[in-house]
Design a protein around this ligand. Structure first.
Ligand SMILES: Nc1nc2c(c(=O)[nH]1)N[C@H]1C(S)=C(S)[C@@H](COP(=O)(O)OP(=O)(O)OC[C@H]3O[C@@H](n4cnc5c(N)ncnc54)[C@H](O)[C@@H]3O)O[C@H]1N2
Ligand code: MOO
Length: 395
């Protein structure tokens, strides 16, 4: 692969891992947050299911109220959860919010608008119209209505509507299954004691978390030392776990021990350079039909590669909106190193202006952690003054 642009490489990756056909499953509503509906969810009951009061007040029949503002007799009290009561002729019953209304009542007068008399009757101090504060059955959604359409990512508000309809389980699209494999003999499990030259495996946790945050199911996380056979074993473990694609980190550049490069080379994969920093070295291919997306090992490079090449795909398949891209002003001048298109890490200050942090090194994980956005700087830029507008990608 010749040096190609970020956009061209993104297109290649999109072609490599086209939205896998993954079927549907039925999940309990309690496990349905952020899942995507496969079918429309309809209500088989009216919403609300019965006529009820919108206010704490008095249910009345407007036509039967005394015309002269005389006292109105008050019968029983009905609260939400009670069965419906009957209205005394020409009188009222006290109702709480949500209480079923008597069949012949056609309005509710809120407590604030009545004067309570010593004998328990009331005087109504405001005009009352039929329909006031009455919630009719089906006024939100009549039985048979679609409450949530297909291809909806279920947020809490959707779950509320489905629950209100009494539907306890929903059919959702299965998630894309992703495996993550980090490579490098220097890597140890996070938390393990470090020997000379060793470091904790930061990429596995980051890439797995990123995929999960973008709506994928992470089915395998593995680590391989610097030999192609060990990586191949991890790929087979990912296949056995049902992965639709494998993301690897490390082992693709120009060193003497590049296991992912070697493995992809054996399987006709593509190894090359994308016009960007971090994340210049990139590789991809398929091993017996399983797509492999190989990101560089430097932690910032791996994360930026993920954000540019895999995140947009996973998000689209999960019904999530793409990352927000905005043109924002620099809070301070930036010295732009010559060379390739850069994705600089930056935070946003309290006014929403962009403050670059940490420099260009791809090992600077803490600056990456503190960043809110990546600044997308084309290569032709010279140094930029404060206030210059730059393109940003939200992290
Ligand atoms: N002669 C050249 N050397 C390098 C080039 C080049 O063009 N010519 N490119 C550099 C760039 S840019 C990058 S990025 C890296 C990519 O290298 P690899 O993908 O082969 O990654 P490794 O060598 O395995 O690791 C690089 C670096 O990152 C650390 N690392 C790796 N995995 C993890 C992990 N899971 N958690 C934490 N840190 C990790 C690793 O220890 C290395 O320091 O190549 C440059 N070299
Ligand atoms: O391009 Mo590398 O990804 O700088 O560190």
């Amino acid at each position: 692969m010749d040096r190609i642009s970020v956009e061209e490489y993104a297109d290649r990756i999109a072609a490599l891992v086209a939205d896998p056909d993954r079927g549907t499953s039925t999940v309990d509503l309690r496990d349905a947050l952020d899942r995507v509906t496969a079918d429309a969810v309809s209500t088989s009951i009216d919403l609300p299911p019965f006529r009820n009061s919108q206010m704490d007040g008095y249910a009345v029949r407007v036509a039967d109220l005394p015309a002269d503002g005389a006292a109105v007799l008050v019968g029983s009290t009905t609260a939400a959860g009670d069965a419906g009561a009957t209205l005394p002729s020409g009188g009222a019953i006290k109702v709480m919010t949500g209480a079923p209304l008597p069949v012949d009542a056609d309005a509710v007068v809120p407590v604030e608008r009545v004067e309570r008399l010593d004998d328990g009757s009331i005087r109504i101090r405001a005009a009352v119209h039929a329909g006031d504060y009455v919630r009719e059955p089906g006024s939100d959604a009549p039985a048979g209505t679609v409450v949530v359409p297909p291809r909806t990512r279920l947020r809490p508000r959707h779950l509320a509507a489905i629950a209100a309809a009494g539907v306890a389980a929903v059919t959702v699209t299965r998630r894309v299954r992703v495996a993550v494999v980090s490579t490098g003999r220097e890597l140890v499990e996070v938390g393990a004691e470090l020997g000379p030259g060793q470091l904790p495996d930061a990429n596995a946790i980051a890439l797995a978390a990123a995929a999960a945050a973008d709506g994928a199911e992470v089915v395998h996380v593995g680590r391989a030392p610097d030999d192609a056979e060990a990586v191949a074993r991890e790929v087979e473990a990912a296949r056995a776990a049902g992965a639709h694609l494998v993301v690897t980190s490390g082992g693709i550049s120009m060193g003497d021990f590049e296991p992912v490069r070697a493995l992809l080379g054996e399987h006709g994969g593509t190894i090359g350079t994308v016009e960007m920093q971090p994340g210049g070295p990139q590789a991809h291919g398929s091993i017996r039909g399983l797509p492999i997306l190989a990101f560089p090992g430097n932690p910032v490079s791996a994360q930026v590669s993920y954000a540019l090449f895999l995140s947009p795909l996973l998000r689209a398949w999960a019904g999530l909106p793409p990352a927000v891209r905005r043109r924002l002003a620099l809070a301070e001048p930036v010295a732009v190193p010559p060379g390739r298109r850069r994705f600089l890490r930056a935070r946003l200050d309290e006014r929403g202006a962009v403050v670059p942090i940490g420099g260009t090194g791809s090992h600077l994980v803490t600056a990456m952690a503190a960043a809110d956005v990546l600044i997308d700087l084309p290569p032709q830029f010279g140094d930029l003054p404060a206030g210059a507008l730059v393109d940003t990608v939200e992290l």
